[in-house]
Design a protein around this ligand. Sequence first.
Ligand code: 4NP
Length: 166
Amino acid sequence: MIKVLFVCLGNICRSPLGEGLFRHHVTLAGLEDRFVIDSAGTGNWHVGEQPHVDSQRVARNNGIDLSCQRARQIRPEDLLEFDYILAMDSQNHMDILGLHTASQATAVIKRMMDFAPERGLGDVPDPYFGGPEGFEYTYELLDEASRGLLEHILAERAISKGQQVR
Ligand code: 4NP
């Protein structure tokens, strides 16, 4: 199994969308039985909560259901369990690299926007402090980056798709 973890600050806005979108693209490729996909926050304020209503809304409008997700905080052991850890922004990335297991990490730890290089962005901006329309932009960025991430992983592991990724 290829284990992929998406990480933001609260695990209610960006990383749940990253998880849902990446799972969507993996499913379209017919590869859902090859992946374990999860998300977490560096903070613990929202542990146990469902994704933000606006993350759920924008996902649902695109046929993706996030309602089964519950927020959790990243654990140091995640760096030893997962193969790929995707940080939503540079602060999340630094916080992950600050965990005490970072020096033994088996995971590749990157920023999500590294997989949508044509955007020229290091960070997925946090929509939590803005209006509902910010979530459409978050979705757009994460849709592009999750396609790029899947292509990268499949190329790296010489896996071909069961179906065409749309
Ligand atoms: P997220 O957004 O990291 O994309 O889930 C946030 C959610 C909650 C908070 C900050 C960011 N908060 O401060 O509670």
